[in-house]
Design a binder for this molecule. Structure first.
Ligand SMILES: [Zn+2]
Ligand SMILES: [Zn+2]
Length: 389
């Protein structure tokens, strides 16, 4: 079977205690000799608790691009999270069940969407209910084989049957395409509603970076009762696309301004001086974004960081202290019945997730995009890869 694979060589792994154990092991590991290829590999055999899937649509995410590229210091891949190479890429996908492996919850031929976070269920984080923070986490398409392949074996409890939204779509193909967006909407859902509790109807959301994740967050905020959504994005194309797709929700302000003073003024003007309840940061960590986010926090406001990286030096925490604000991290979309809630929203036509897809390409084109594109190229919407098997 064919699979889009990322190969690499593990260069240096510092002993775990070399930095007082403060950093997880994957931060010590450097990868070089990165190579992306479409390979012929053996079809996986599902083990107990797994089912065999035939992926049909898999979106390309910023994470995939950073995994395939070197960081600016070129010591390793740009992706700073857990990675184990070689690996079949792809973590945002929908699929047809090819072999239910005796699991009665799924029939062969069922259409499923897949959570990309695989948690152990047994560690302290999992037992507390924070499955996205699992100590033994596995990430599909990053630490174990993902969906850019003819077949993939995944634990059945990461799969969600799309039966309940089948009648919404005119054919299986549109259902599969829509299903491939659940992962990214799930990550936005987790950031807005699960990892902090500052969201309430009538609140103000500011989103930094309007890629697919930013759009998904804006869309969910709009249908959940946010009174105002502020989009900060350097590319006007992305702002316009987001606004068009959020129509008829009209309380959206977009700005490609980079002057901090003007942006601060814009936010306080738009919020009657109160500021923002939730900042969603999907861009690289830079000082301007975090200064602006802290300095415009409303009382008990939260900054949700969805991207990794070093927190900029020289940030003042004054307003964070004054307003009982906070910065929280958010990763993943597992648990909290997130997919269940998304399916309910789709079922009622409150959410039309297919709006996110702007482009469909072949797996060969995906290889080309991942090989050539630089991490900073700004796509409008999500590019989905159609896997013909
Ligand atoms: Zn992703
Ligand atoms: Zn765990």
């Amino acid at each position: 079977m064919k699979a889009l694979r990322l190969n690499g060589r593990k260069k240096i792994t510092f002993p775990k205690d070399s930095r007082s154990g403060f950093m997880p092991e994957y931060c010590h590991t450097l990868w070089d000799s990165l190579k992306i290829t479409i390979e012929n590999v053996e079809r996986p055999c599902p083990s107990e608790n797994e089912i065999l899937l035939s992926p049909k649509y898999c979106s390309l995410c910023g994470t995939d691009f950073s995994a395939c590229q070197y960081s600016p210091n070129s010591l390793s891949t740009s992706f700073r999270g857990p990675l184990e190479l070689p690996v079949t890429l792809g973590h945002e996908f929908s699929a047809i069940v090819a072999n239910n492996n005796g699991n009665s919850r799924f029939k062969n031929g069922d259409i499923v969407a897949v959570e990309s976070i695989i948690s152990c269920g047994n560690c302290r984080s999992c037992k507390l209910g924070y499955r996205n923070a699992c100590n033994n986490i596995e990430l599909l398409g990053l630490t174990r084989d993902g969906g850019l392949a003819d077949f993939v074996a995944v634990p059945y409890d990461c799969c969600w049957n799309l039966r309940e939204i089948e009648s919404i779509y005119e054919n299986r193909n549109s259902l599969l395409l829509a299903g491939s967006t659940l992962e990214i909407f799930g990550c936005a859902y987790h950031a807005l509603f699960c990892c902090q509790n500052s969201f309430f109807p009538g609140c103000t959301i500011c989103i930094h970076g309007i890629g697919a994740l930013g759009f998904a967050a804006a869309y969910l905020a709009a249908i959940s009762g946010a009174a105002l959504i502020i989009l900060i994005e350097s590319e006007n194309d992305r702002i316009n696309w987001c606004k068009e797709n959020l129509d008829p929700f009209s309380h959206v302000i977009g700005s490609s301004e980079s002057d901090l003073y003007k942006l601060t003024e814009l936010i306080f003007d738009a919020t009657n001086g109160y500021g923002v309840d939730i900042h969603i940061v999907t861009t690289e960590t830079d000082k301007a974004t975090y200064s602006l986010s802290i300095d415009t926090l409303a009382a008990r406001g939260r900054i949700v960081a969805l991207t990794r990286g070093r927190l900029p030096e020289g940030l003042y925490l004054d307003r964070l202290v004054d307003k009982q604000g906070g910065i929280v991290g958010s990763r993943g979309q597992s648990g909290y019945n997130i997919y269940g809630h998304l399916l309910a929203l789709i079922s009622s036509r409150t959410l039309k997730p297919e709006k996110l897809i702007s482009n469909v390409v072949s797996i060969e084109m995906a290889l080309k995009l991942l090989s050539e594109s630089n991490k900073n190229s700004k796509f409008v919407g999500r590019t989905a890869v159609k896997i013909d098997s």
